[in-house]
Design a protein around this ligand. Sequence first.
Ligand code: PLP
Length: 444
Amino acid sequence: MNNSENNSDKIFSDDTHLIQSFADLNNLKQSIGRLAITGAKGVYVTDSEGKRYFDGMGGLWCVNIGHGNADVIAAVTRQLETLDYFSTFFEFTHPVAAELARKLATLAPDRLNHVYFSNSGSVANDTAIRILHHYNNLRGHPKKKKILSRVNAYHGSTYLAIAMTTPVFSQGWDAARDLVHHIRCPKREPDEMNLSDADFIDILAEDMEQAISKIGAENIACFIAEPIMGACGVIIPPEGYHKRMLDLVHAHDIKYISDEVITAFGRLGHMFASKEVFGIEPDIITTAKGLTSGYQPLAATILSDEIFDVISQDGAAFLHGMTYSGHPAACACALANIAVMEREAIPEQVRKTGKLFEAGIKSLADLDLVKEARASHFMAAVEFNRPSGAPDNINIGQLVGDAARARGLIVRPITDAIVLSPPLILSKDQIVEIHQILHDAINA
Ligand code: PLP
């Protein structure tokens, strides 16, 4: 790596007690590779030395309306002044959680009307599984507990969520892994590149059917899927894929969980992607991130009427809840964030500017180093060829990421690829500027 492109010197001198997430703890001990972000406004963040960057990751796939929105900050402040905290446990409720739940029921597909709040996408997914296990117990199907997930999925990092995540991440979490079976995801193998979408979907459906017959539908609670797989490289399914999978699992009395932690709240041009973009009505939608644009931690597990009807007939308390489920400040934040999106027609804008972003990313495929450039609206990945002779320990994604950062753009490197999910408010000029930086960084 070129020294001028190494940002590792930009650290706080006193952060030795902070354990960062998804980070090499040995490097942390040696203070390698930390960049301290100290400020943010609009589509930019600033580091501790005052250097400004495009926030090409939207924080972590979440700052959909951009940083520093005054309306959202004011709404959170007002809520804290009115009711800082009370729980939604036992017989208690409060207006702001109830109002947000009503709003989400309006925005989500028709049958999804019942909302369980938590604080992270991981917990929203764990909650979905606990609810489905409870539902199956109550229906007299106590063996119906297994989960179908997919290779290259990311569903979070609580013990169960990491087990549902791609096997590479979940190795070593064997206890929960016994509950999960990973089937293929819609990423084509080299010899499948020329197949029609219909033929490719047939292969994926066959893989799903084999898994169901091996495990037994009577043992399977659900299939969990991101509409577009994000963290493992923005894998975009062929048209009709989700509908085929949904029909297949429903034929076996298996529920479909759509993990919309990234894809909701405008990222793909709609408030939710399941129905509007992919034409399916799942049984459960989980969401987080863009729900508050990251200003407050909040997640939601949205249930169909049918599931809610069963679990609400139990006659006993459902023993599930987190102290901060439906935290008033987080709910006020989400309501204000959604109001900004509606007032400024952000999803509609994304259908135009997101298409420009997508086209610019796809045009990078012309560069020699680029193996594949995938994008849908403001979700994008650029995957690189390994130059011949490149040592095994060289991560091309990291090198391109560092080169982009040196040029004022933060992206997320993954193995031999980078991913981007910028704020949805990028102007056309800013989109052009980002593409130019990427172009230069890849060539560098
Ligand atoms: N599901 C998906 C699709 C995600 O991308 C993520 C996080 O990136 C999660 C779940 C986990 O969310 P959290 O990090 O808020 O627990």
